[in-house]
Every structure is written in C-alpha cells, then in structure tokens.
Design a binder for this molecule. Structure first.
Ligand code: ASP
Length: 336
C-alpha cells in the first residue's frame, strides 16, 4: 500500500462560509476529509495531512509559501510515494509552475488540486478531485509537478486557469493532458517524463522584483517608464498574437532598450493562450527582438514569471537568464 502526504495550503476546497464570504479555517479540511468514507476505503492509499499556517486564499500566496511547500515535500520525500498539494484555484497554476522549477530531478508525483465549490457544500467538486489526485499520487506513474482538476491531469507548468466558475477550471493549451480520469485513469504515456537518474535538488526562490505588462490598443508606454528601472530584474510582456506590439508613435522600444541596458530581462509572451510567439514574423515584433527581448515561445505567463524567479534566484547573470528563458528546462515550452 502506497503512502501519500496531503499538504493543505488553503483555497476553496477547505473553506467555510463566513459573513464576509468563504475563508479558510484551520482543522476544517481534516473534518471534511474524515467524513468522506471512500478516503478510508482499503482501496485507497494511506494518507497523512499537513496544514500550512496560516491557511491562505491563494490570492495571498507569495514566494515565501512556494518555498515552504517545496521544503515540506523535500523534508518528507523519502517517507512518501507521492504528494497532493491542496491549493486555491486562483494561483494554482503559478504554484505548480514554481514547484516544477524548484524541484529538479523529481521522481515522484506532486499533484496540485483543489475545488471550485468547498467540500462543505453539497455540490462540491472537491471530493472527486481529492480522491483521484490521491490515487494518481500513489500510482507513481508521473514524475513531475502536475495539476489535477475536473477529470484531467495536466503538466503543472503548462496549465492555466481558464474558468472562474466552471468545474473544468484549467486547460493546457500547448501540451497534451498527462491523463484522463474516466471510468479508469488513462495515462498518456508519450506525454510523460521518462525516469531520471539524478538526485532530487531543491532550488529555493528569492523574492526577485519581476513585472508583467499586458499590451492593449492605445497603451501609453511612457506611463510604465517609472517602473522600468534597474531594480526590475525581469519583465513579461503579454503581447498581441505572435509577439506584436503597437508600433508607430509609441515609446516602448526606447524604454525596452534602456531596461535591457539596465539588466532587466524582457520576455515576450502572447495574450493568445494557444500557439507560440515568433519574434520577427512581423515588423511589429522584430523590433522587440532587436531591442534585446527574448521569446517566451509558448510559455504561459505563469510559467514565464516562475521561470524568471528560478533563473534569477540561481544567481545567473542577465545573458545566462536570457539564454535559459528560450530553453525548455522542465517541459514548460515547445521548441520546434
Ligand atoms: N479564491 C480561492 C483561492 O484561490 C478560489 C479557489 O480556491 O477556487 O484560494
């Protein structure tokens, strides 16, 4: 019988109703899990639960919590066959991406899940999400950080929250799902990582100053000049389509050139969830490349942000960060 460690960080799944809306409450999740008979069935893996303190709505998760979750996994790595991280859906894809970079040479499943409706409500989707995540974590078929939600297992650093109120809340627009949980759990073997031989390495993150700018028609880039100082280490620019920004009469390029000279790494992502950035395909994007920006290809913004944290926290210089941003390190991007 395999052992799984459940790490509860907060999120809707274990929340209670309060006069101010749903909020996490310590000890409540264990009561809810104990009341699910299936979780104590002989067919289920043996599980233990750790709760982080304080429990958080995932909007309040920071780099400090990412470090804490990763260290709990590292400290308990040899005692368990797999890990289930219960987390709010709002920033689950960010945490999944961050953990994928923090935990190098992972050889056991780390499955993030949660729910859109708390376990204490009759129509909660949490029950099935937890049961299936526990089974996946115990099976040891996957060796990476992944996200299970609404019947589908996704690579963590490819997932993005897609629905604010649907029970299939996450998608992976640029990478196939790792498994589908229908009548049985069917793994997509060709999409999974093959076994690795190295030892698990933990890369804690520093709270590196990073920004994200979403481009829109009529954007006045000069307004952003005050944040583009040498203090800013990395910036993700969410551009139109394949990496395009408004051209004529805007002040972005000089700002980008200056930011690059200041040591800021500019990564170009697309506002389109599906497909990849192709710098230089249009005149409007070629200028970004010449100004020193790097292509985020088909990275999600969540993966781009956490990859910048990872690379800067590893002590790499600007040129090395730039180079690594365009190379897949944990299956987070597609290079054709
Ligand atoms: N605000 C909640 C959270 O992210 C939403 C959820 O869990 O679904 O913690």
């Amino acid at each position: 019988m395999n052992n799984v460690l459940i790490i509860n960080t907060g999120g809707t799944i274990g929340m209670v109703r309060t006069p101010n809306g749903y909020a996490p409450k310590s000890g409540h999740l264990l009561e809810q899990l104990d009341a699910i008979p299936e979780l104590h069935s002989k067919e289920m893996p043996v599980w233990e639960l750790i709760e982080t303190s304080p429990l958080l709505d995932s909007s309040n998760i920071t780099v400090a919590e990412w470090n804490m979750i990763a260290s709990i996994i590292v400290e308990n790595y040899d005692r368990f066959d797999g890990f289930v991280v219960l987390h709010g859906t709002d920033t689950m894809a960010y945490t999944a991406s961050a953990l994928s970079f923090m935990l190098e040479n992972l050889s056991k499943p780390v499955v993030l899940t949660g729910s859109q409706i708390p376990l204490c409500e009759i129509r909660s989707d949490g029950r099935d999400n937890v049961i299936t995540s526990l089974i996946i974590a115990a099976e040891r078929k996957v060796r990476e950080v992944c996200l299970f939600f609404g019947g589908t297992l996704l690579r963590g650093n490819r997932a993005t929250k897609y629905s604010a109120d649907g029970l299939i809340a996450f998608v992976s627009p640029n990478y196939p799902s790792l498994a589908e949980a229908g009548i049985s759990i069917k793994y997509n073997d060709t999409a999974l990582f093959s076994p690795l031989s190295g030892k698990l390495k933990f890369h804690p993150f520093e709270n590196v100053p990073i920004g994200v700018i979403k481009v829109f028609p009529g954007i006045q880039f000069s307004l952003f000049e005050s944040i583009m100082t040498e203090k800013l280490r990395g910036i993700v620019i969410e551009t139109f389509g394949a990496g395009n920004i408004p051209g004529d009469g805007n002040s972005l390029l000089p700002i980008i050139k200056r930011a690059f000279a200041n040591g800021t790494v500019l990564t170009v992502c697309s506002q389109c969830p599906q497909g990849a950035v192709s710098l230089g395909a249009y005149e409007t994007s070629g200028a970004l490349k010449r100004a020193g920006a790097v292509s985020g290809l088909d990275l999600t913004t969540e993966a781009a942000v956490s990859k910048l944290y990872y690379l800067f926290s590893s002590g790499l210089d600007k040129e090395e960060v730039k180079k690594n941003m365009e190379i897949p390190l944990r299956g987070e991007m597609t290079v054709t």
